[in-house]
Design a protein around this ligand. Structure first.
Ligand code: BGC
Length: 714
């Protein structure tokens, strides 16, 4: 059946139009429609007489979030848990993001969902943002490129993606009301940029406006943002939905070109809100909302929805290829592991006897909490993965941990339920060995590994405290005891970071011979770590976000706003100097810089050539594997602008490419094209590309520049 959108719109009554721009309701509350797919975040409304079916929207960036279990149904509906977005960005591999998107898109389609509420593309402005794990990077180009590939992947499966949260939602503290104050230059160059890239390159079906205000106005009620910038300037043709329960005026949202209000019936949870439908109707009766406005919103939504599986009456199987997708999740995780330090500690061989410490070997963190949570069939923890892959682990120690954790969780560290039914998981103590016990494990093993975990999620920011940004005392104590004991015997000691966002490492990094960052790697966690430890996989991830030496160095000092105990306003007064743009310009040395990551091999860069081809600057060079094992390298191109009228950061990432797997001595010629207009800055009114001498800087990280060339732009 072909849907004639014009005809259908003209046949809708005004009441139908008004209700159609409001979501179907809070599906998990009584007096709302029963969800079509249990655990999905929301639905659009059905209008039976016009043949409009309900469509289903579900989270989120690390995997499709639906309930795995249904009442009176013995089937299960598990979806694959992929690595968190920050880890996906650590791959710097567009093709990998496309593959993950395809796999997730297939699960969306085969489980009867129409639109995936991902990717999330806010910026890592501050390491304490509780949802950083759901975002890619501190850099807008890397974020935008990762998002574009992911969206292409998802949508290639005939379902929609949703880029969110539009825009400047870089904190969880008071996220539903905080007013983000930001200059237009900063907004355009840092925070809008990833959206602009993703929208222009990949044409996502939908955009989700954010909870917060932007310079005094809720983003969902901001016509400049949703009409002038998004549609008129960037040519976005899909529809905009609100974040769940966002804003304070439904009529203003509709007027501001926020097409769909989600989830609908917000007043049922937020008593100060009016019924959306009444609010819109009253504005219509007052003449503030016209029928033409409603027609426009309805048409915009329908133009997207007619492409959904629901409209096409797609007969979904409830049987996505989970085995295949587990492989994709594993592969993506392997490419996202970042080797931060290695003084000859890694890789190990199958003969190496390994003592694994830390409760995280069993209580492995696959991802964060909130709407970005996942419900996979299984999570292979680090211990089980190591055993499965043949790592020679100390079984006595492993058994000790298994029992210890059961004992902890059945007594004072029991897991309880929070107000939303979420698990509240107290952090377990880590330092419970006597010196003699440690000595015994050191004697009977060749290497010591400690697993350090962190988890965070939606609704709360992380804390600048021990046990979160800093090591807890017991974590520090066990790390230093193990370090001392293993080193005394001439043995190596490695820390594995199973975290979603940077922590302070500077004060204890010298205690380690190796540091491996495995982020929150999804359901295949243990297999990924084991293969990297054994050298079956050569780490090729690079940091998408800086690890600062100390929190006091972080430029976003205004985070999370003023007044400190209950922020109303947050001023992005570090302006464009976010992440490495700040550290490089103001000469603040980080612990691990943006773009950094080691390998078990080494790479050499050579033969840099730079030339102009029409509107593009072409940067081309060779990358050669000069070590003994095969590996992949992420080559990065930074550009340093001439001194002109507008202040510029020391350098900015303008291109990157990951090599194929290069065998020892093998080279690959990399060619990166940079549009000249991408060298511009926003001067407050328009984009300006200044003339003069640009420095093209090619390197293995933002601070490991291997080749340089001048390029004169006139
Ligand atoms: C989150 C969104 C999510 C939505 C639906 C909101 O609380 O901010 O990212 O898509 O809920 O679950």
């Amino acid at each position: 059946m072909v849907f004639d959108i014009e005809r259908i719109t003209s046949e809708m009554t005004i009441e139908e139009k008004i209700s159609f721009v409001v979501g179907a309701g809070i599906l998990w509350l009584p007096n709302n429609p029963k969800p079509k797919i249990k655990g999905a975040a929301g639905e659009t409304r059905e209008i039976e007489r016009l043949g409009i079916p309900r469509t289903v929207l579900a989270d989120g960036p690390a995997g499709l979030r639906i309930d795995p279990l249904r009442e009176n149904d013995s089937n299960t509906y598990h979806a694959t848990a992929f690595p968190v977005e920050t880890m996906l960005a650590s791959t710097w591999n567009r093709e990998m993001l496309r593959k993950v998107g395809q796999a997730m898109g297939e699960e969306v389609r085969e489980y009867g969902v129409d639109i995936l509420l991902a990717p999330a593309i806010n910026i890592h402005r501050n390491p304490l943002c509780g949802r950083n794990f759901e975002y890619y990077s501190e850099d807008p180009l890397l974020t935008g490129e990762m998002a574009a590939s992911f969206v292409e992947g998802v949508q290639s499966r005939g379902v929609g993606a949703c880029v969110k949260h539009f825009v400047v939602n870089e904190q969880e503290t008071n996220r539903m009301s905080v007013d983000t104050i930001v200059s237009e230059r900063t907004l355009r160059e840092i925070y809008l940029k990833p959206f602009e890239i993703a929208i222009k390159k990949a044409k996502p079906w939908t955009v989700m406006s954010s909870y917060n205000k932007l310079n005094g106005k809720y983003t969902s009620q901001n016509k400049w943002l949703l009409k002038n910038v998004l549609r008129d300037e960037w040519g976005f043709e899909g529809f905009v939905m609100t974040d769940w329960f966002a804003g304070d005026n439904a009529a203003e949202q509709i007027e501001a070109w926020n097409d769909l209000l989600m989830p609908g019936n917000t007043y049922q949870l937020f008593k100060y809100r009016k019924k959306e439908i009444d609010e819109i109707k009253e504005a219509y009766e007052r003449g503030e909302i016209t029928e033409e406005m409603l027609n426009e919103r309805v048409r915009t939504i329908l133009k997207v929805l007619v492409n959904t599986p629901a409209f096409k009456k797609y007969n979904y199987s409830n049987k996505p290829n989970l085995e295949e997708h587990a492989k994709v999740s594993y592969e993506a995780g392997c490419e996202g592991v970042v080797l931060l330090k290695n003084n000859g500690a890694l890789p190990i061989s199958k003969e190496t006897k390994v003592a694994i410490f830390g409760t995280g070997q069993i209580e492995t963190i696959r991802g964060g909490t909130g709407s970005g949570e996942t419900h996979p069939m299984y999570t292979i923890n680090f211990l089980d993965g190591a055993i499965e892959k043949g790592v020679n682990v100390d079984e006595v120690l492993a058994e000790f941990y298994r029992k210890k954790i059961v004992q902890f969780r059945s007594s004072e560290y029991a897991i309880t339920k929070g107000q939303w039914g979420e698990d509240i998981v107290p952090r377990l103590p880590q330092d419970f060995f006597t010196d003699e016990e440690i000595e015994k494990y050191v004697k009977s093993n060749d290497i010591g590994i400690f697993i350090l975990t962190r988890i965070s999620g939606e609704g709360v920011d992380r804390k600048l405290e021990k046990g979160d940004f800093y090591l807890a005392d017991d974590e520090y104590n066990i790390i230093s005891k193990l370090s001392k004991a293993f080193r005394k015997e001439g043995k190596k000691f490695v820390v594995v970071l199973n975290i979603g966002s940077p922590i302070e490492v500077e004060s204890w990094k010298e205690l380690c011979d190796g540091i491996l960052l495995v982020w929150q790697p999804g359901q295949e966690a243990g297999r990924i770590l084991a293969d990297v430890l054994l050298g079956n996989v050569n780490p090729s991830g690079k940091l998408p976000t800086t690890f600062p030496k100390r929190y006091e160095d972080v430029p976003s000092r205004s985070f999370p706003g003023e007044p400190a105990d209950n922020p109303v306003v947050v001023v992005y007064d570090e302006e464009i100097y976010v992440g490495y743009r700040y550290y490089d310009t103001f000469r603040v040395e980080p612990t691990f810089e943006f773009g950094y990551g080691l390998s078990y091999t080494t790479f050499e860069y050579s033969n840099l050539k730079v030339w102009r081809d029409g509107g593009e600057i072409v940067v081309s060079f060779d990358v050669t594997n000069t070590g003994d094992v095969a590996g992949k390298e992420v080559a990065q191109v930074y550009i340093r602008a001439p001194k002109g009228k507008i202040d510029k950061p020391y350098q900015e990432l303008k291109g990157f490419e990951k090599t194929k797997l290069l065998n020892p001595k093998e080279s690959e010629r990399i060619e990166i094209r940079i549009a000249v207009e991408e060298l511009g800055s926003f001067d407050g009114r328009c984009w300006v590309v200044e003339e003069g001498e640009y420095e093209i800087r090619v390197g293995a990280s933002s601070r490991d520049i291997r080749l340089k060339a001048k390029y004169i732009l006139d």
